[in-house]
Design a protein around this ligand. Sequence first.
Ligand code: XIL
Length: 319
Amino acid sequence: VGLAAAAKAAGKKYFGSATDNPELTDTAYVAGLSNVNDFMQITPGNSMKWDATEPSRGTFTFSGGDAVASLAQKNGQLLRGHNCVWHNQLPNWVTAGNFDNATLQSIVTTHCSTVYVATRINYILYSYSWDVVNEPFNDDGTWRDDVFHTTIGDGYVALALKAARAADPAAKLYINDYNIENTGAKATAMLNLAKSLLAQGAPLDGIGFQCHFIVGSVPTSFQSVLEQFTALGLEVAITELDIRMTLPSTPALLAQQKTDYQNVIAACNNVKGCIGVTIWDYTDKYSWVPSTFSGQGAACPWDENLVKKPAYDGIVAGF
Ligand code: XIL
């Protein structure tokens, strides 16, 4: 039983993985990623971000994103677009103070519309969803003080969603964030934002839970948080799952990691509106964790030699 096969049997739309352009020259890696028994969906880890798609104002480059989208098309996999509006990986020209409110609104609209239109024309058949807005909140539930919120205010979220919907009516439109997987101020802030957007009639379809977790401390209220969002009529998805440990890995840590993966998957499995799961790359060889969290790693279900770890069986058992 593969990961995607298990997800499908449980009634989910997909199980998938993030990938990134530099990895696509690794033939053994690509063969694993293209095994639709494990992966029915892929997400570009970097190449659809703003710095990659609109490096200078009005100049759009789609080659990196297209390479990932073409692979999905070739494999018959769904695509999750990631992302349109985010405080990170912005080109230098998108900086607070450079633009007044009206100008930045027009820039956000053009960016979201153009990125979606490119996707729609080329890949309408399998572009399942987009993370339209990524990480709008601080951990205490206040708005992140980024160029978009500082210049436009709360309304930038609805603005981006509307531009995306107008450009690609078929895609499910998401807000995506981390540290919203347990009850608390940040999850409450996201819930209130979702309610307010739905009350305004903004085109919001789903909430993405990144799920960058730590072995031995995965959230315990995850399922009930997911249910709070599906109760609003939204779908939810696990969008960037990995479960890191302090290196070196040991058999005990790998066993705990298996249990942790199983529990996270089970939370999604128990919620009908949790429609799919994406891991933030499938192998430790290409995980973002070691370069971001010093001394930590081994977060993926395959090791750096592309060999399955106990976590793989934990995922299957969770569905
Ligand atoms: C990460 C990529 O995986 C890295 O390659 C890059 O250097 C930084 O961004 N949350 C997100 C993702 O929404 O876009 C981030 O991806 C990981 C955290």
